[in-house]
Write a protein that binds this ligand. Sequence first.
Ligand code: PGA
Length: 253
Amino acid sequence: MAARKVFVAGNWKMNKLVAEAVTLAEDLKPLVANVTNVDIAVCPTYTALYAVGKALAGSNIQLGGQDAYVKESGAYTGEISPRMLLDVGCSWTIIGHSERRHILGESDAFLNEKVRFALASDINVMFCIGELLEERKGGTMKDVLERQVVKGLEGLTAADLDRVVVAYEPVWAIGTGETATPDQAEEAHVFVRGLIEKIFGADAAAALRIQYGGSVKPDNAAELIARENIDGFLVGGAALKADSFADIVNACA
Ligand code: PGA
């Protein structure tokens, strides 16, 4: 299997005022400055992006948005475009986080539009998928993941996938303190990689980075990253403190 560079991203969600976000970024920089074998990114809330981007300039930490709309500009109150994210220094955006799917009601079709528009706008995408607890318990986990992957990535080419990372985030593990076991995560990642192989071919599947997300902490990162198909993390709560996020990055380095 092709060696995939581990990618650890912090999703700060709707947390941190500008000054707090800049402090977190400044605190994080020296803690991961020596890491060269892991890609690192943080995704602050919109109001802090510009200031955090300036604070991170010249560092090994990339900047990402948490979402992006499907138009470049115009009368879309409250939305933000990929071009605006690029303008403040982002190279990534999250699309399809479970909080947007389940709290904001975003559909597979809408998320597919977002993925396509983001890629067409030259921003890289962390595309999130994941089943609810009742779906796992009810035995439909694989159907759900398949639907999210097939519909969410519809219309993309294998070449487009170079600029996509998939984040497997079981909804029951997000913010709950309950992490998927390495076996559960690996099983889902193997399944997702198999889907990618069916749709985009073996090379694209071997190259695709699949992050795990859901209560990743410094004390469980090492056993998860040791698994063959886990290529990094999308971290929520533990990304809000410089030491815990740096410990996760360093566990992967
Ligand atoms: P968590 O969030 O690490 O707080 O569980 C992960 C995520 O939602 O990306």
